[in-house]
Design a protein around this ligand. Structure first.
Ligand SMILES: CC(C)(COP(=O)(O)OP(=O)(O)OC[C@H]1O[C@@H](n2cnc3c(N)ncnc32)[C@H](O)[C@@H]1OP(=O)(O)O)[C@@H](O)C(=O)NCCC(=O)NCCS
Length: 180
């Protein structure tokens, strides 16, 4: 299975997670805005953030896809996470393009920039035919990213891992030319 590649976009370095990301990663995950939209359990703490980071690193080893840590090239600051999430869950649709940014960096186009690079990598390098994004129906900022990537809403359904509300399942198809 593939290791996490490093990708440069116009403003971002998309790279594997490192142990040194823990404080920044937990600060992002612990922010009220991210907690709200990811419906993070109250008990999610720094230890849980490390375990999640380790899981994200292991996802690449086991599945050949995964999330990148996003770093702003100009400053080296940790911006967030984005990439190709495909966990073993009973009703998970397939390879999901996902994104979460530290709220400091919202409103700059970074999620769209990273999402586009992840999408293109999945279509061109991994030869995926279809990509997904699972987005709660009230998460309009995330829906806007999916729309900017050219994804369309395929269906809305309650997913087993989050029974509290329906997710929209957004779909992007690989273009005929094989590019994203
Ligand atoms: C979802 C999330 C990643 C979206 O972040 P975002 O900053 O709104 O999205 P983008 O990075 O694509 O930025 C788009 C905005 O930057 C603006 N922008 C500014 N400079 C830009 C540039 N150079 N290029 C592109 N867009 C730019 C766009 O106009 C747009 O503004 P708008 O929100 O006023 O329309 C963020 O809200 C988040 O982390 N939410 C919590 C976690 C979450 O919900 N994750 C998804 C679960 S499904």
């Amino acid at each position: 299975m593939g290791a996490c590649p490093t990708i440069e976009t116009e403003r971002l370095l998309m790279r594997p997670f490192s142990d040194d990301d823990l404080d920044d990663y937990f600060a992002m995950m612990d922010s009220p805005e991210v907690r709200r939209w990811l419906h993070t359990p109250r008990e999610f703490d720094r230890d849980a953030a490390w375990a999640q980071m380790a899981g994200l690193a292991g996802h690449w080893a086991l599945r050949g896809t995964g999330l990148w840590a996003l770093e702003e090239r100009a400053t080296g600051r940790f911006v967030g996470r984005a990439g190709l999430f495909n966990p073993v869950r009973v009703d998970w649709p397939g390879v999901e393009v996902g994104w979460t940014l530290d709220p400091t960096f919202w409103g700059n186009g970074f999620a769209t920039e990273a999402g586009a690079a992840a999408r293109d990598h999945a279509f061109s390098e991994l030869r995926e035919d279809r990509l997904y994004s699972c987005i709660l129906t009230d998460n309009h900022r995330s829906q806007a990213v999916a729309l900017r990537l050219g994804f369309t809403l395929h269906e809305e359904r309650v997913m087993a891992w989050f029974p509290g509300a329906p997710h929209g399942i957004w779909v992007g198809e690989r273009p005929e030319d094989g590019n994203g």
